[in-house]
Design a protein around this ligand. Structure first.
Ligand SMILES: [Zn+2]
Length: 157
């Protein structure tokens, strides 16, 4: 998405009111953050964020104050294209409660290997810096949301 970038500490988002770029720290993703210039509340990211480096992935997952939903996909994967609009719906509805990111396993091969991603589309939920659940296969947004809810409702110690 054009108005969102990643840096070492968080997401750089443009204010919808004044256009000012603001840093939304990974550790404050669930908080109400206001624009540094005009003080309007910044909208939580409501679209899947495409990741392009393993370092970005690691920082985000380690620091995020909300669960991170990872959509593992690849350009050649037909079911991945089918599930993409469902993932986008989930990202919009879960804005501020969860962050949805996309990992192209052809591009970030090391992540696919590290997490043993053998079949895509695969969705994984990370909370507290580690994976708490995963599921393989395309499904509608409602089922994806139910899966996320179940993943984070179970206490993990
Ligand atoms: Zn502003």
């Amino acid at each position: 998405m054009a108005n969102l970038e990643l840096d070492d500490r968080g997401l750089v988002v443009s204010c919808a009111s004044c256009g000012q770029k603001n840093l939304l720290a990974y550790g404050r993703l669930g908080d109400e953050v206001r624009c540094g210039r005009c003080r309007q509340p910044l909208k939580a990211p409501g679209e899947p964020i495409e990741l392009h480096s393993t370092a970005d992935f690691d920082r985000l997952v380690a620091q995020a104050s909300v669960p991170v939903v990872v959509d593992y996909w690849a350009p050649w994967c037909g079911p991945c294209r089918m599930v993409a609009p469902e993932i986008a719906k989930v990202a919009a509805r879960k804005a501020g409660q969860a962050l949805v990111v996309k990992v192209n396993t052809d591009e970030l091969v090391d992540l696919g290997q590290r997490y043993n991603v053998r079949s895509i589309p695969m969705l994984a939920v990370f909370a507290g810096g580690r994976e708490v659940a995963r599921t393989v296969g395309a499904r509608p947004a409602e089922q994806i949301e139910a899966f996320i809810g179940q993943s984070i409702a179970v206490p993990h110690s």
